[in-house]
Design a protein around this ligand. Structure first.
Ligand code: BDR
Ligand code: CA
Length: 311
């Protein structure tokens, strides 16, 4: 089994990613660390607990992380996700509790305890928790198997400004720390995630599944879709974060290139832009595998098959 830590700011698409991971026997989820992002930390921690309980997996420990980015005030995305971050279904409040230990200490302790190169970090929100862990204990960098993250966009442009994708925009300094850490990175940018749209047929296939978890997820997706459908007239919404988990399960669904990525932290205009040297026009050292293509049908087949295992 592949050991993973999921760092997340749920978020309906984060919920889909976590449910996909929890339904995948190949993955051993050591813990879920929550960060402020789509909504403030009090909501993202609650949401992480709710998702585990919906999945019947209250045994997965949830840790609270950073309230705010390293150097900037928090920017949230209620306009997409609603006030709670998981707007849509009526959800029971969680019965379980957060761990006493903080997310950053959990990440450090786990990476130091597990064998080098055996733990993958899946990052589905702003990179604040991970950056804080790398700053507090730089020795963990050499122990992380891989960071697979949803963030950035290059050819596709941005979704929160013309230049920037939300996760990187919220905490560009944290992203800069992570991209400079020397850890193998796989990046799922908007260039990929905008190709996996929750069309009506795909959402209906999820809604038709029998479990409480999948019914709740289907209602979340209906809410989540309304933003993109109203703003862009698209058929469904991009299912960003599950791309990270799908990559762990079926990497052959994705194609990209190993290249240099730098994060813009100085300019107001292009704050949080991921500058990808796709064509290798500089001699800056490659630091990330930047995905650009995805087999969307294969992705939704995988997602729906796994979600069908909930009872
Ligand atoms: C990312 O931002 C959030 O709104 C989503 O959960 C996803 O992680 C997409 O830009
Ligand atoms: Ca997210």
């Amino acid at each position: 089994k592949r050991k993973i830590i999921i760092d997340t700011d749920p978020g309906q698409d984060d919920a889909a990613a976590i449910l996909l991971a929890l339904a995948s026997p190949e993955l051993d989820i050591l813990g879920i660390t929550a960060v402020a992002g789509n909504v403030p930390l009090d909501w993202t921690t609650r949401n992480a607990l709710i998702i585990c309980e919906l999945a019947g997996r209250a045994d997965v420990p949830v840790y609270a992380g950073a309230h705010a980015p390293l150097k900037r005030p928090l920017v949230t995305a209620e306009h997409v996700h609603g006030k709670t971050g998981l707007d849509g279904p009526l959800l029971d409040e969680p019965v379980g509790e957060l761990q006493d230990e903080g997310a950053v200490d959990f990440i450090i302790r786990t990476l130091l305890a597990e064998e080098t190169g055996t733990v993958t970090v899946c990052a589905l929100g702003p990179l604040t928790n991970l950056a804080l862990a790398l700053q507090k204990a730089p020795e963990i960098a050499g122990r992380i198997a891989e960071i697979v993250l949803m963030g950035g966009g290059f050819f596709e442009g941005g979704n929160i400004t013309p230049a920037a994708e939300f996760n990187i925009y919220v905490d560009p300094e944290a992203a800069d720390v992570v991209f400079r850490a020397g850890v193998p990175i796989v990046m799922m940018p908007l260039d990929v995630t905008h190709k996996v749209l929750t069309t009506r047929a795909r959402t209906e296939a999820i809604a038709a599944l029998p479990s409480k978890a999948t019914r709740a997820l289907a209602e979340m997706l209906v809410f989540f879709e309304r933003f993109d459908e109203q703003k862009y007239g698209s058929d469904g919404a991009p299912l960003h974060d599950p791309c990270v988990i799908a990559y762990l399960l079926r990497p052959e669904l994705f194609a990209g290139r190993f290249c240099n990525v730098e994060i813009e932290t100085a300019s107001d205009l292009t704050r949080g832009m991921t500058v990808v040297d796709w064509w290798h026009v500089t001699d800056r050292a490659p630091n990330a595998t930047v995905m650009r293509e995805v087999d969307a049908e294969g992705f939704f087949t995988l997602l729906t098959e796994r979600l069908a295992t909930y009872s």
